[in-house]
Design a binder for this molecule. Sequence first.
Ligand SMILES: *[C@@H]1O[C@H](CO)[C@@H](O)[C@H](O)[C@H]1NC(C)=O
Ligand SMILES: *[C@@H]1O[C@H](CO)[C@@H](O)[C@H](O)[C@H]1NC(C)=O
Ligand SMILES: *[C@@H]1O[C@H](CO)[C@@H](O)[C@H](O)[C@H]1NC(C)=O
Ligand SMILES: *[C@@H]1O[C@H](CO)[C@@H](O)[C@H](O)[C@H]1NC(C)=O
Length: 415
Amino acid sequence: MFTVAHLKYKNIWIWLLLLVVLLVIAELPQANGFKVTATLISNHNYPVEEHTVHTYDDYILTMYRIPDSPKLKDNNATSTTKPVVFLQHGILCASDDWIINGPETSLAYMFADMGYDVWLGNARGNTYSRQHKHKRPDSSDFWNFSWHEIGVYDLTAMLDYVLEESNVASVHFVAHSQGTTTFFVLMSSMPWYNEKVRTVHLLAPIAFMRNHSFLLSKVGGIFLGYPSFLSMVLAGVELLPTTSVQKLFCEYVCSPESHFTFLCSGILNFIGGWGTRHLNHTLLPHVCETHPAGASTTQIIHYLQLYTSGDFKQFDYGIDLNLKKYNQKTPPHYEVSNIKSCVNMYYSNNDYMSAVEDVEYLATLLPCAELYRIPYDDWNHYDFLWSINVKEMINDRIIEKIEAYERTHDHPQAI
Ligand SMILES: *[C@@H]1O[C@H](CO)[C@@H](O)[C@H](O)[C@H]1NC(C)=O
Ligand SMILES: *[C@@H]1O[C@H](CO)[C@@H](O)[C@H](O)[C@H]1NC(C)=O
Ligand SMILES: *[C@@H]1O[C@H](CO)[C@@H](O)[C@H](O)[C@H]1NC(C)=O
Ligand SMILES: *[C@@H]1O[C@H](CO)[C@@H](O)[C@H](O)[C@H]1NC(C)=O
């Protein structure tokens, strides 16, 4: 009896400490985000376009497009419609994820070099998408969303925008982490969107979280995994935006000359999976500069609810609000059997966020799934983006699959 109470008591202090840190960070002056995607793409000598996309619920998102590659200059490739690829980042991440590795090994550039029209999405609340027609990002009104809204509003708006701009009927879709969750949300809730994707590649996919093994989720799940006073208070707050303190941290801790880079990689290992030997350490200053890119605490709380319930379902507001919003006491499950697209899922043993058992369980429920389990025991959540062998293990494989698809299917334009 005593030890259980004692343990919970200790957990409360850990959690309160985290809460204080969180609130302090939220109060720090904004450095207005480091919007480096466009600059970086130009610095890498690729053409880049910035596009503004409005969602149905009036959020204003920024997308980036790499329409061409300097390596294709004499191919007259612009004369024909290029196949389109759409890349969607994970939680607290941004469009930078797909380009910071540089021209040789970044997925976005590899696609551009192969003659694809490349689009990079940015979900509401991150560095590039902190705008709304009426709501200001310093009001809690702005942050009242989870990844459900990102799937249903942001992904639909961005996909439709890309189809129209690039004048095609469907795109190749690649996503990491929360980007995959939003894909599952969209395709199960609005199944007609399945027709707008050609091939689908999901890195470290997350839907069910029964075997999710992140340490803080165990603690967080106790307090925030179901509707409670605390989760009500904490929901709808901006989580970890880029701040001026972060700039100092990046310059002095994550720089190549620093003796403390272990702190930098330590954070990624703590969240994504301890003990990976694959992380490209040269990337740490770039990762630090652009992450965490901002999100709503509601996104985290929604994940903790999945973890606690073991189900993949909509946000639990508590019985009263659920009745109002969903017309039932508990939130509806996402009907993953509606996801008719064939999905390729890439997953690994040492991923704290996306557990092997959960991915394989999800695959049994999907109409069409192909699994690729990384053959390294230490491969973690971020190695899908920033490992030294990401090109061979992930990017080459995705491109090969897409090329095979393109060779055997025609490419109807939008009407
Ligand atoms: C590109 O177009 C120009 C003029 O239309 C033509 O002379 C040239 O051969 C083309 N290059 C290729 C690689 O098709
Ligand atoms: C947040 O959004 C939900 C529905 O999307 C709504 O029921 C609720 O009242 C909103 N909360 C706040 C504080 O605006
Ligand atoms: C995964 O979760 C399920 C359900 O919670 C549990 O029965 C199973 O033992 C877990 N597997 C592992 C390897 O932890
Ligand atoms: C590691 O990152 C650096 C910096 O962007 C990049 O130049 C290099 O090619 C990467 N190394 C590998 C093996 O991918």
